[in-house]
Design a protein around this ligand. Sequence first.
Ligand code: ATP
Ligand code: MG
Length: 285
Amino acid sequence: MERLKIAIQKKGRLSEDSLQLIKDCGVHFNSSSRVLRAESSNFPIEFLFLRDDDIPSYVYDGVADIGIVGRNEHDEQNFPLDIVRDLGFAKCRLSIAVPNEFEYDSVKSLEGKRIATSYPTILGAYLKENGVSSRVYEISGSVEITPSVGVSDAICDLVSTGATLASNGLKEVDAFYTSTAVMIAHPNLPAAKKEILERLLMRMDAVRKAMDYKYIMFNLPKKHLSEVAGIIHGMKSPTVTPLVDDQWVSVQTVVLEDLFWDVLEKLKALGAQGILVTAIEKMAD
Ligand code: ATP
Ligand code: MG
């Protein structure tokens, strides 16, 4: 049987959310940390567990068909691969940071300076875009210690909270690039694999869409029904059921999680009662 080979980070910041997303798609597999390969028992997919740095080249070489990596890793390695989905998790930024005493006005302050980074391609493009020439040193890890040991004047590194920078006497001065996990794919997958990918993506979309919404039910004085549509912006018009008391109706609909509290307040102001809210497991059009 033809299987789609997916490369996932073996251990690190991307692993857990990547595996969870696939599990939520109803794809069963053994993810014990010792195995490097696994096959799903109920979906035509095979997993390769790798270091994240290796994922873009493995997909490019066809060792894997698709993979999940940080957008930063994809952009840095710059292989001609397709980004088929932005998955939203593993959010971080690539920032310029300098020692606290460095007087930094703008990216121009980096002219002629030594900058240590693990992302010379992305940084180089940013400097070039701004007409700044600096000396960029590629370092594979512990970039944040380089200013204090005199190897660099500034660094460019991934940041999620900034705590590591602060503990090394650095300040973040320019967050110029943001990254989230993306699904990458070889641009010329054979038709049979493309079909499996489409099936997987359809499931992922349903899972991810459901996370963005809540399902709500409430009772409402019938006379306010026309105002509800403007508040909830539901997918389609809400489902309305009559109640024994003919002055009241029961309303069911989905609401974007981001708008939820706002919607709740407005519904209460209209006299809605018995408001029930539940998570949605999967959602497809
Ligand atoms: P590997 O052993 O697989 O090479 P790694 O140490 O290179 O692992 P991680 O630290 O697990 O990689 O980070 C993987 C990805 O997670 C990064 O490329 C980035 O996209 C994302 N990420 C999210 N937050 C952060 C952060 N604070 N620091 C670094 N990466 C982060
Ligand atoms: Mg890595």
